[in-house]
Design a binder for this molecule. Structure first.
Ligand code: 5GP
Length: 187
């Protein structure tokens, strides 16, 4: 069975940037493309950034048991589809899930063998600066994401691996080291 890596942490912490760097360094990894009811941001392609679903479609797939985990975040639904995970895991392809904390907890219950990593900001202020600077959210959405981030930061001690994203290069090295060590132990 291949390894499953769950990478979580508050919105704005730089999970996306770190994960892109991780894929450059370890090309054997594949990303599980999540489903969401959030509208696409400019440039986000359906099936690549996310599987974009209507609320009705999402709820139908919940009822059909298609999700490994799903959660509501900042007014939208997000979830990991079984179809993104199962075939890869059985074929021996290591998979990365980039999900929020409630989803990470559900995966911990269902797949305790998954490797769970938490990406932490050096401070709350850096999160706010990054969320505002990214320009993808309205001021109200930024506030909402920051409130959620406070709750998510409290979950940090639940995670066996914590990477602080202060200097990007250092955080990448740390993340790569954890993933490589886990892959080597599975081999
Ligand atoms: P965004 O709207 O910024 O793309 O994502 C918002 C939050 O949802 C981020 O913390 C992201 O990691 C999380 N997220 C993305 N996909 C999933 C998923 O499949 N399940 C869960 N639980 N969270 C997800």
């Amino acid at each position: 069975m291949a390894k499953v890596f769950v990478i979580t942490g508050p919105s704005g912490v730089g999970k996306g940037t770190l994960i892109r760097a991780l894929f450059d360094r370890i090309p054997a990894l594949e990303l599980s493309v999540s489903a969401t009811t959030r509208p696409p941001r400019p440039g986000e392609q359906n099936g690549v950034a996310y599987h974009f679903l209507s609320r009705e479609q999402f709820e139908q797939r919940v009822d059909d048991g298609d999700f490994v985990e799903h959660a509501e975040y900042s007014g939208n639904h997000y979830g990991t589809l079984r179809s993104e995970l199962e075939s890869r895991v059985s074929e021996g392809v290591p998979v990365v899930l980039e999900i929020e904390v409630q989803g990470a907890r559900q995966v911990r219950e269902k797949m305790p063998e998954a490797v769970q990593l938490f990406i932490a900001p050096p401070s709350r202020e850096t999160l706010r600066t990054r969320l505002v600077g990214r320009g993808t959210d309205t001021p109200e959405q930024v506030l909402r994401r920051l409130e959620t981030a406070d709750a998510e930061l409290e979950a940090q001690p639940e995670f066996p691996h914590v990477v602080v994203n202060d200097r990007l290069e250092d955080a990448i090295e740390e993340l790569v080291a954890v993933v490589q060590a886990e892959l080597a132990s599975a081999a």
